[in-house]
Design a binder for this molecule. Structure first.
Ligand SMILES: CC(C)(COP(=O)(O)OP(=O)(O)OC[C@H]1O[C@@H](n2cnc3c(N)ncnc32)[C@H](O)[C@@H]1OP(=O)(O)O)[C@@H](O)C(=O)NCCC(=O)NCCS
Length: 201
């Protein structure tokens, strides 16, 4: 990978549309993607307006090639749940009506997981921050960009990371490629909850 072609930036509101597109294309089975772009967009608006969070992007000739979000999103999720309650309910009812098994399963899975993980996650969140999501535009994947973003974030944004002991991340256990990606980037296995693997840097 020729790193001179890429530029690391701190993300702000003007990148929301580009982040949303990469998110929806790279993570189509993510529940927020399944509910729709409006949820992803509102999540990003809330995330980026809170300056205690850190969003990092990588540019290739002025095109956003990938992004990574660090911080906490408990309050964002609560706000979105209230603000977009009818969008979420409508999406759930639609999945029932059209017998969209994949989506129904995703809704139920997320609800059970949130219930089961709350206590253990709250303990982690006292001293640690979280890598909430990382996505590389499909056409740029597997060229080292994801690893580059993680390394450059830790190297250049010490003012953010020094407030925490560790950075944790969770990923679906069935996504073996993601687990090996995090391990390759020095995240160590912690524990599992309901099909999610937690790793810590
Ligand atoms: C996970 C992701 C960010 C990795 O970024 P990347 O730039 O492709 O990763 P890198 O090139 O730095 O590292 C590649 C390594 O990651 C792993 N990997 C993860 N996802 C991969 C994918 N879709 N294609 C190829 N390798 C992938 C491989 O183990 C690979 O290891 P190798 O080089 O030893 O073969 C990227 O694949 C992606 O955006 N995936 C979709 C979104 C996602 O699942 N995000 C994580 C959950 S929030």
């Amino acid at each position: 990978m020729n790193i001179n072609k890429y530029k690391i930036i701190r993300l702000d509101e003007k990148y929301i549309k580009n982040i949303e597109l990469i998110w929806l294309n790279s993570l189509p089975e993510n529940l927020k993607s399944m509910i729709g772009g409006v949820i992803v967009k509102n999540y990003l608006i809330e995330f980026l307006s809170d300056k205690s969070n850190l969003g990092i992007g990588v540019l290739h000739a002025n095109e956003l090639a990938g992004f990574v979000l660090f911080g906490t999103d408990d309050n964002i999720i609560k706000k979105i749940f209230i603000k977009d309650f009818f969008v979420i309910i409508k999406s759930f009812l639609k999945s029932l009506l059209f017998f969209d098994l994949k989506k129904i399963k995703n809704f139920i899975d997320c609800a059970i997981y949130l219930f089961l993980s709350k206590k253990k996650e709250n303990i982690l969140k006292i001293k640690d921050t979280q890598l909430l999501i990382i996505c590389v535009n499909i056409k740029f994947q597997n060229k080292g960009l994801g690893s580059f973003m993680i390394k450059e974030s830790f190297k250049n944004y010490d003012f953010f990371f020094k407030k925490y002991n560790n950075v944790f991340v969770k990923t679906l256990k069935k996504d073996a490629k993601n687990i090996s990606f995090y391990k390759k980037n020095d995240f160590k296995y912690l524990f599992e909850i309901f099909g999610r693997v937690y790793l810590k840097y």
